[in-house]
Design a protein around this ligand. Structure first.
Ligand SMILES: *Cc1c(COP(=O)(O)O)cnc(C)c1O
Length: 416
């Protein structure tokens, strides 16, 4: 990138940017620079009308006929098909349903069952730095099963080749680390996992909608991810799960609810899973929330993940460059990889007073978030973050740090 030395340089970049017009598809409050779309994506404008339509017409007027007429029953799969190209999946391989935690449960359970034919495969490898719920869900299942399964936590990605062996059942990794933004090489790591006869379960919470993902090309085994982060589905919007065609017939999980049945309305007393991806479903979905996922996905239909990735890297490069130049006198340490091949769509810096500084930034309208230990995390969502936002965010950070305009005695909020 050419050297950016002024706000005007950033405005010029925005003018040339092919994604600029997509910002108009979102509601963003005046005076706010939103660098937390990696935690809760901004609201697509279309979502208000969609919610009104679902509530007044589909629910209010059409009542129960909407299960057929409005396609409610098909929503998990129709939205899954709309999402599929963003993660390199085929049609009929993704459903939008339940939460990421619950989908992890299904994938871990199904994966362990597939591997159970080999009695020595008793370990699940994941990273100590993984998002806690991923580790907790694995812990929950293995403890509950009580069949000698163990969770092995690695501290760096480089440890995987030494730790994986013929006792590994599953390797469960988050593609982009939520704290540091470290990006795994999905294809290479999946190949390594398969060389040892293990299965690769990828969590795409910080990848889906943030960068191109190629699940089938990488020959991955299972994947899950959130829709309320980069996909802008709304707070608590249902998550997704991907099971490739080649595993669908053997994908059996214990949450065998009626939506996964081969003929749910036969009301048979016994469970027979449907042959396709809908066997990953459990029960009735929160339709109002689910319907809004489509509004976020519609915006992605106007561009492509290559364009998004290009801008994402430019934004994070610029942020890192400006922070290092303009806040050079302060004890900030970049914890996000500089190498593009290892970076997601965020930039995280350590600072001794990270929590207080983040709170001061939020007070001034620059919204990032705090993550233990002492990390300030800034997410860059190319659909609505501008280059000029990067400039203004760094200037605000510089001012807060220069003036020490933050309160180190703050009580922590329940949600940081
Ligand atoms: C955000 C996130 C989750 C969230 O899980 P929920 O079930 O939606 O609470 C899970 N895993 C990772 C890696 C995440 O980043």
């Amino acid at each position: 990138m050419t050297q950016i030395t002024s706000r005007a340089d950033c405005q010029a970049l925005d003018q040339q940017d092919a994604l600029t017009s997509l910002r108009d598809d979102f509601i963003l409050p005046d005076g706010v620079i939103y660098l937390d779309g990696n935690s809760l994506g901004a609201r697509p404008k279309a979502s208000l009308q969609r919610a009104q339509e679902v509530i007044t017409q589909e629910w209010g007027t059409d009542l129960i006929t909407s299960w057929n007429k409005a396609g409610w029953f098909e929503l998990p799969s129709s939205l899954g098909n709309q999402l599929a190209p963003l993660v390199g999946a085929e049609v009929n391989e993704v459903v939008v349903t339940d939460s990421t935690s619950i989908n992890l449960f299904k994938a871990i359970a199904a994966g362990l069952q597939i591997q159970a034919k080999d009695a020595k495969r008793k370990t699940i490898i994941t990273e100590r730095s993984n998002f806690p719920t991923d580790i907790y869900m694995a812990e929950g299942i293995t403890k509950w099963l009580d069949r000698g399964y163990q969770i092995v936590l690695i501290d760096t990605p480089e440890e995987l080749p030494d730790v994986i062996n013929d006792q590994t059942a599953l390797v469960m990794l988050t593609h982009v680390n939520y704290r540091t933004g470290y990006l795994h090489d999905m294809a290479a790591v999946t190949t390594l996992i398969h060389q040892h006869g293990a299965l690769a379960l990828w969590d795409l919470a910080h990848s889906a909608g943030a960068l191109p993902v190629h699940l089938n090309a990488a020959n991955a085994d299972f994947a899950v991810g959130c829709t309320y982060k980069y996909l802008n589905g709304g707070p608590g919007a249902p998550a997704f799960i991907w099971v490739p065609q080649r595993h669908q017939a053997v994908f059996n999980h214990p949450l065998s609810g009626w939506w996964g049945h081969e003929s749910p309305f036969a009301m048979a007393p016994g469970f027979t899973p449907t042959p396709g991806i809908r066997r990953a479903l459990c029960g009735t979905q929160p339709i109002v929330s689910l319907a809004l996922v489509g509004c976020g996905l519609d915006v992605f239909g106007k561009t492509d993940m290559q364009a998004i990735r290009k801008k994402s890297l430019a934004l994070t490069d610029l942020f890192i460059q400006l922070v290092e130049q303009r806040c050079a006198s302060h004890p900030l340490e970049l914890v996000t990889p500089r190498d593009h091949h290892q970076r997601g769509s965020q930039a995280s810096f350590k600072h001794p007073h990270a929590y207080a500084v983040i709170q001061a930034l939020i007070t001034r309208g620059v919204i990032g978030d705090y993550r233990e230990p002492a990390i300030m995390r800034f997410g860059f969502t190319p659909l609505y973050v501008r280059y000029v936002d990067v400039w203004d965010a760094v200037e605000t950070l510089r001012d807060v740090l220069d003036k020490q305009d933050y309160d180190t005695n703050l009580q922590r909020n329940a949600v940081t």
